[in-house]
Design a protein around this ligand. Structure first.
Ligand SMILES: Nc1ncnc2c1ncn2[C@@H]1O[C@H](COP(=O)(O)OP(=O)(O)OP(=O)(O)O)[C@@H](O)[C@H]1O
Length: 246
């Protein structure tokens, strides 16, 4: 079990937009090395929570610590440096369409004015796309594009990886592979993952705990009883039989 300080810590955090409380008195720790799911109906506050954890939003009340610092107290340059330590993957993959797979993965390093071709290659290999390095995103399937996005997020060895509905645009078997990749990243790199999703199966597949938001209020955080979901080498037929109970 993780023993170090939380990667992120919210203390009585409220985020208000006018009279709307997008988050209402939320207290939550994200432990180092855990995969925590965040679920809730539309408008429950999931995106607001992610924006706080990505340090693009600050609490209206309460406090937050992210990777050991208070983001609200940082100057622009320090805030940028903090945000570079936070990886993000999105439902729509958000790859640069006019850059190759390899260039997309190398981008965060380029933004840091560094260059590590071996690391980029090793990550492409890790996500199983070494042979697609010179392809463009439009030449890849959705699942492959999400693998590129995950490689891009991991290339800086982020202290926190935020995943915003990462499998919602994918079919169920591709979803299994992507979830397995996130679980592997935790196992192999110790990556802490916050997974926002409306897919309860995804939470059951890889999360240690789940936080349930309702109208901005954190109703409950409880341990997840994992389902054996991530058999990535199962054939499509096996997958269909398992899901459909044949
Ligand atoms: N910039 C904003 N200005 C005003 N209200 C906002 C803003 N951002 C979010 N809200 C409101 O805050 C509440 C929480 O929104 P949020 O986007 O965090 O929910 P969500 O759980 O991510 O929803 P969804 O699943 O539909 O994306 C909603 O009532 C929303 O209308």
């Amino acid at each position: 079990m993780p023993t170090s300080d939380p990667v992120a810590s919210l203390e009585h955090v409220t985020v208000s937009y006018g009279t709307t409380r997008a988050l209402d008195d939320v207290t939550l720790d994200v432990a180092s090395g855990e995969i925590i799911g965040v679920i809730g109906e539309s408008g429950a506050g999931k995106s607001t929570l992610l924006r706080l954890l990505d340090a693009v939003e600050h609490p209206s009340a309460g406090s937050i610590r992210l990777l050991g610092t208070d983001p609200a107290a940082l100057a622009t340059r320090e805030l940028r440096a903090l945000r570079r330590r936070i990886g993000m993957v999105f439902q729509g993959f958000n790859l640069l369409s006019n850059r190759t797979v390899r260039q997309n993965v190398a981008l965060p390093l380029k933004l840091q004015r560094t260059n590590d071709p071996q690391l980029v290659d090793s990550l492409l290999d890790y996500v199983g796309l070494a042979d697609r390095a010179h392809h463009y995103p439009a030449q890849l399937s959705g699942g492959q594009q999400q693998r590129v996005a995950i490689a891009r997020a991991l290339v800086t060895r982020p202290g926190l990886l935020l995943a915003d509905e990462p499998t919602s645009a994918l079919d169920s078997r591709t979803t299994e592979g992507i979830l397995q990749l996130l679980a592997d990243a935790r196992r192999d790199f110790g990556t802490t993952v916050v997974l926002v999703t409306h897919e309860l199966e995804a939470v059951g597949a890889i999360c240690d705990r789940v936080a349930v938001l309702e109208q901005g209020v954190l109703r409950s955080v409880f341990p997840v009883a994992r389902t054996d979901y991530g058999r990535e080498h199962a054939s499509y037929l096996e997958h269909a039989q398992r899901v459909l109970g044949a």
